[in-house]
Design a protein around this ligand. Structure first.
Ligand code: URA
Length: 243
């Protein structure tokens, strides 16, 4: 089955589709030995040889989509030169090439999607698709209505305002607030830094949903393959054609 060259490169994890267009235009892609700069080029993955910067690009045989309940204390990387515990330690039996989509900091737990589908991974990470990332936040002190509205409206992080978010207070007991926060971005330590800015340091952070994929009752440290239905709803949310 033939497909557009940019889609092929994105599926292979080489770049986003737009990034693949830039690679093609820059003359870095060869098809059957010839440099291609025409964006509307089609390839047949079973017959054609595609090279990027001289290295052969291939599609994974079949794609893998995993949901992991990452426990706090594991670093989101497949190998760590500092020898810390990583999510790879929890993923025995997973094919090589499967990598985490986006990040969760080491102290954060909850849903982490992993895949070798480069195009899907790029779309989840890209804010333009407005994929919800939902977090359960436990923070010190009582979040006031004014502070809640500030979190929702956006705060300056690294000189740039955060995009609108939603924050729902689940409970305030004693000197702690439990809230559910939905964001569409994935900036570094975003939820922790936003709560810190309104004066409520986060004591526990768990991601409970990414787009239509829920953490559900997956125990900490365990992973499962996504079901066909989960994958269908995820692709739909990411405006990807049905396979
Ligand atoms: N926000 C954070 O502060 N940490 C995460 O891991 C994810 C979102």
């Amino acid at each position: 089955m033939s497909m557009r060259l940019n889609r092929f490169l994105a599926r292979a994890g080489a770049a986003s589709r737009r990034g693949a267009d830039a690679l093609i235009e820059a003359g870095r892609v060869r098809l059957n030995g010839e440099t291609i700069t025409r964006l509307a080029t089609s390839v047949d993955p079973d017959r054609d040889l595609v090279e990027l910067d001289g290295a052969v690009v291939t599609l994974p045989e079949s794609l893998t989509y995993i949901a992991l309940n990452k426990p706090p204390g594991y670093v989101v990387t497949m190998s760590d030169p500092q020898g810390r515990r990583t999510v790879a330690d929890l993923l025995t039996g997973v094919p090589p090439g499967v990598v985490p989509v986006g990040r969760l900091d080491a102290g954060t737990g909850g849903l982490l999607i992993l895949t070798d589908d480069g195009e899907l991974a790029n779309r989840i990470a890209h804010p333009s698709y407005e994929i919800d990332k939902v977090y359960e936040v436990e923070a010190k002190g009582t979040l006031s209505e004014e502070e809640r509205l500030k979190l929702e409206a956006g705060l300056m992080l690294d000189g740039r305002r955060t995009a609108p978010a939603t924050v729902r207070v689940v409970s305030t007991a004693g000197a702690a607030t439990v809230a559910e926060m939905t964001i569409h971005e994935g900036r570094k330590r975003q939820v922790r830094r936003m709560f810190e800015l309104v004066g409520h340091p986060v004591t526990r952070l768990t991601r409970t949903r990414v787009g239509p994929i829920e953490l559900g009752d997956l125990p900490p440290g365990r992973w499962s393959h996504m079901s066909d239905e989960q994958l269908r709803t995820l692709r739909e949310a990411l405006k990807m054609p049905a396979e």
